[in-house]
Design a protein around this ligand. Structure first.
Ligand code: HEC
Ligand code: HEC
Ligand code: HEC
Length: 406
């Protein structure tokens, strides 16, 4: 080969290397996504526990408790026993109304493949799924609502004894209501039919039909199966729906917290020392919210169980500025934090203190931010360019050596 041109090959190799690098990186960005274990740790373990025991850091703040996945007992199913993958997917993407199980929206919070991975991961905590592949029951389409159906439902509601738990007027205050316990030993209230749109498995007439047929797993709500005719089941379902007497769609959060977020956001001059105590869990929140350090780390502190779930807060002020932080803490728009803080509002004063504290941590850690800011595309391009330069040099030197040898 003509050595005079050999140095020209170097940039060529550099280019090839560069494109290979880019392809590998792009593939890893679009590929199967994060592992089930990583996703679970980031989004679920804070409530459901590291090994699915329903005993994560936040569990003690929740009622009802997060599911213990080891039990293989599920509330929301389209089968008489175990949920199908679609059932679990539905729970993850829609959440469980009236409880603190958040909705992780497709594409917004998690990719479709990631949700699929999570479903498999959650199932792996219980060996119940090893021996059985759940088959969904196919339920009939709802008939239209008629006076006769409603009247039949009303009568059956009494005859079937729904009132013993749900109360004669459906307010969830029947004579046995106070004594009911779930499979996991916690007390559980029958649904209050006068509240619209808050049923766990969905609040359409079809959803109620399904709940009547297969029950609510792990709770005293019976599975009526074939006890009643199809028509009778529809009657009961329509009657139960009619008790809320409202077609309004309600929001996902409880009645008691309707006040969150709509108060005027006056900026209160905060005290960063108090803010620090609040964040670190030294001083409890007035409304009982969990300490931030349980999930976040800040300035490298995250000692006893701190830190693994939320992003490090050291540079939060730099990222969001004062107004951004105020808004975040007022509305808590995140799926993991929101359900814990919406019913336990951070007060205006507390918010001011926390923001003051986060403002004071920022100067320490400016470098971290700038390193993280460079996206991997930038890194790829830099790596590629460096590769080209390096190989060009090697090529030039090699070429020169060759010529000298001649
Ligand atoms: C803020 C706390 C919280 C987080 C975070 C959370 N869950 Fe839950 N989850 C709950 C609670 C509470 C329940 C039980 C509600 C009930 O029993 O009515 C639950 C129940 C469930 C159920 C059981 C549904 C059934 O039919 O019984 C599944 C499945 C589930 N969660 C999956 C997940 C997955 C997957 C994640 C992470 C992507 C997650 N959860 C994150 C609180 C949480
Ligand atoms: C032994 C007590 C008991 C009886 C009897 C009972 N239920 Fe329930 N029911 C419950 C409990 C407890 C829940 C709440 C379960 C939960 O929140 O996890 C419930 C929940 C429900 C729900 C809400 C489902 C959802 O997705 O959230 C409907 C609908 C319902 N019951 C209908 C009925 C009807 C109709 C009858 C009579 C045919 C009936 N129940 C009889 C205890 C009972
Ligand atoms: C139950 C765990 C948990 C608790 C408690 C919690 N957070 Fe979070 N926080 C998270 C998670 C997880 C995220 C990431 C967004 C998401 O997926 O929900 C987050 C995000 C944030 C963000 C945005 C950070 C960023 O870089 O994107 C801020 C700011 C924040 N939290 C502040 C706080 C403060 C202040 C407190 C205490 C009042 C607190 N958090 C309590 C879990 C928690």
């Amino acid at each position: 080969m003509n050595t005079r041109y050999s140095f020209l090959l170097a940039p060529l190799f550099g280019l090839i290397l560069f494109s290979l690098l880019s392809v590998a990186r792009l593939e890893s960005a679009e590929g199967p996504g994060r592992s089930g274990a990583a996703l679970y740790k980031e989004y679920c373990s804070v409530c459901h526990g590291d090994v699915g025991g329903g005993d994560g850091f936040a569990a003690k703040y929740l009622d009802p408790r997060p599911r213990d996945f080891r039990s293989g007992v599920y509330k929301i199913r389209s089968t008489p026993s175990l949920p199908t993958d679609e059932d679990i997917t539905r729970t993850i993407t829609k959440g469980i109304p009236g409880t603190l199980m958040p909705a992780f929206e497709f594409e917004k919070d998690l990719k479709e493949v990631e949700i699929k991975t999570l479903v498999a991961y959650v199932k792996s905590f219980s060996d119940a799924f090893d021996s059985e592949t759940p088959e969904p029951i196919s339920f009939p389409k709802p008939p239209s609502k008629t006076e006769e159906l409603l009247a039949m439902g009303e009568k059956l509601y009494v005859d079937a004894g729904c009132g013993a738990c749900h109360g004669s007027s459906g307010k969830g205050d029947g004579p046995s209501a106070k004594t009911l316990q779930d499979t996991w030993g916690y007390s559980i209230s029958p649904y209050d039919f006068t509240i619209p749109g808050r049923m766990k498995g969905g609040s359409t007439v079809g959803d109620i039909y399904r709940a009547l047929y297969v029950g609510i797993g792990g709770t005293p709500m019976p599975a009526y199966g074939e006890t009643y005719t199809e028509e009778q089941n529809w009657g009961l379902a329509y009657y139960a729906l009619s008790l809320s007497d409202s077609d309004e769609d309600s929001d996902d959060w409880g009645d008691d917290d309707d006040d969150w977020g709509d108060e005027s956001s006056e900026t209160v001059e905060g005290d960063s020392n108090i803010g620090k105590d609040l964040v670190m869990g030294v001083k409890p929140f007035e409304n009982g919210g969990p300490p931030c350090i349980g999930c976040h780390s800040v300035m490298g502190i995250g000692a006893s169980g701190g830190g693994p779930w939320g992003p490090d807060l050291t540079i939060a002020h730099q990222k969001f500025k004062e107004y951004g932080l105020e808004t975040i803490l007022e509305t808590i728009p995140f799926p993991t934090m929101g359900p814990l803080f919406h019913p336990r509002r951070i007060t205006d004063e507390e918010r001011g203190h926390i923001v003051a504290f986060l403002k004071s941590t920022e100067s320490a850690e400016v470098q971290i931010a700038s390193v993280k800011a460079s996206s991997f595309y930038t890194q790829t391009i830099i790596a590629g360019i460096l590769g080209v330069i390096l190989l060009t040099f090697i090529g030039l030197i090699a070429g020169k050596k060759n010529m000298e040898l001649k």
